[in-house]
Design a protein around this ligand. Structure first.
Ligand SMILES: [Zn+2]
Length: 391
């Protein structure tokens, strides 16, 4: 097999851009991941190259966001927050108004579009846009640190080129903005696995939200109970998400790889380790289509950066055997530095945790299967059947 070609989208201009210091969303994660990859020798050659993305034009942003929203956003960034702007969500606790808000969003969208173009031109098999993943942005509403929806725009770009697009969102939060953008379409299938809306923002994304009109059955939600652990997550992935993804036969995948799913994230209640990242990537590679990876959430900065670096390394096809060996005897160099390589240690699962997660998740999986599987010619009998065991 030829070596896969990976593009890392990054530009020096974004180094200077930032959310307010007290905001948990840290744009610096992309740059930190880049440095980590360089230090590991995984970035900076012909097949693992950096690519400077462009900024999205206003005309491109208007593909999703109306002109008056973009104008109010620019106005707010310039220090003039109007009543209209407030109604659009600007200035909320998770949508602060700050100088770089428009520029950050336009750069993230530009990177997503650049990534989509690299895939369409065949210049990369995998494109990483860790500047993006703003899945909560609606056409006229900002929410959850998201103002401009780079992932929806990238999906649209790929769909405009005639591709069947799968959007797979594993961020801890429901991908509500992307769901809304494609809810009545069948050329873009959206699958979101996320902490249940019963315990986490944006308080929706339940398994009965399955699309409408032509898109009926092409929107899939798998809400995960709080405390969900690796094995339970993989059960959901293998019994619901991957069979549907395979049945859809996508020409392109947009993967929202928010790592606020990892245990220790300060904003969420899931208990996964980054070992699931490897499992996710091994599965999506089997779809055999080009992949745009978007960053998304992840509020424990070091865990997020390490998990993204692990994702990149997995896409590179690099063996990580020594990582395990190191991990076994690894020591903490400092509170934020794990000497055992990129992989997390496996986390023990308590009996209590299993009892809290398993019955609820089983019901959810059954619901998704009975709601959606028949619409794709899949037998409902595959219930609970995990096909692949983790490492
Ligand atoms: Zn999130």
């Amino acid at each position: 097999m030829n070596e896969r070609s990976l593009a890392f989208l990054y530009s020096p201009e974004v180094e200077a851009l930032s959310y307010p210091p007290d905001c948990p969303f840290k744009t610096q994660r992309a740059g930190l991941a880049r440095l980590r990859l360089k230090s590991l020798g995984l970035l900076g050659n012909e097949n693992r190259f950096e690519f400077e993305p462009r900024r999205a034009t206003v005309a491109e942003l208007k593909q999703l966001h109306p002109a008056h929203y973009l104008e109010e956003m620019q106005r707010a960034a310039d220090g003039d927050l109007t009543v209209d702007g407030l109604h659009m969500g600007f200035g909320g606790p998770d949508t602060p108004v700050f100088k770089d808000m428009f520029e950050c969003g336009a750069r993230a969208c530009g990177a997503g579009l650049t990534g989509a173009e690299l895939l369409l031109q065949g210049r990369a098999d995998i494109a990483f846009n860790l500047l993006g993943g703003f899945h909560h942005a609606f056409p006229e509403r900002a929410a959850g640190f998201c103002y401009l929806n780079d992932v929806a725009l990238a999906c649209q770009k790929l769909a405009d080129a005639g591709k069947r697009v799968l959007y797979l969102d594993v961020d801890a939060h429901h991908g509500d903005g992307v769901q809304a953008a494609f809810y009545d379409r069948k050329d873009v299938m959206t699958i979101s696995l996320h902490e249940s809306g019963k315990t986490l923002f944006p308080w929706g994304g339940f398994e009965d939200e399955i699309g409408e009109g032509a898109g009926y059955g092409f929107n899939v939600n798998v809400p995960l109970p709080a405390e969900t652990y690796d094995e339970a997550f993989l059960t959901a992935l293998d019994s619901v998400a991957m069979p549907l993804a395979n049945a859809f036969e996508p020409d392109a995948l947009v993967l929202e790889l928010g790592l606020d799913i990892l245990a220790g994230d300060p904003l969420t209640h899931l208990r996964m380790t980054n070992n699931v990242v490897v499992e996710i990537i091994e599965r999506v590679l089997k779809l055999n289509c080009p992949i745009l990876v978007a960053g998304g959430g992840g509020y424990h900065v070091e865990n997020t950066v390490r998990g993204w670096a692990l994702a990149w390394r997995t896409f590179c096809g690099e063996n990580d055997e020594c990582d395990f060996a190191l991990g076994m005897g690894g020591v903490m160099l400092a509170s934020t530095e794990w000497a055992g390589g990129l992989r997390d240690r496996v986390l023990a699962v308590s009996a209590e945790q299993r009892r809290a997660v398993e019955p609820e998740l089983r019901t959810t999986i059954e619901n998704v299967i009975s709601n959606v599987f028949p619409l794709h010619g899949l037998e409902a009998l595959r219930l609970g059947g995990r096909q692949v065991r983790s490492g």
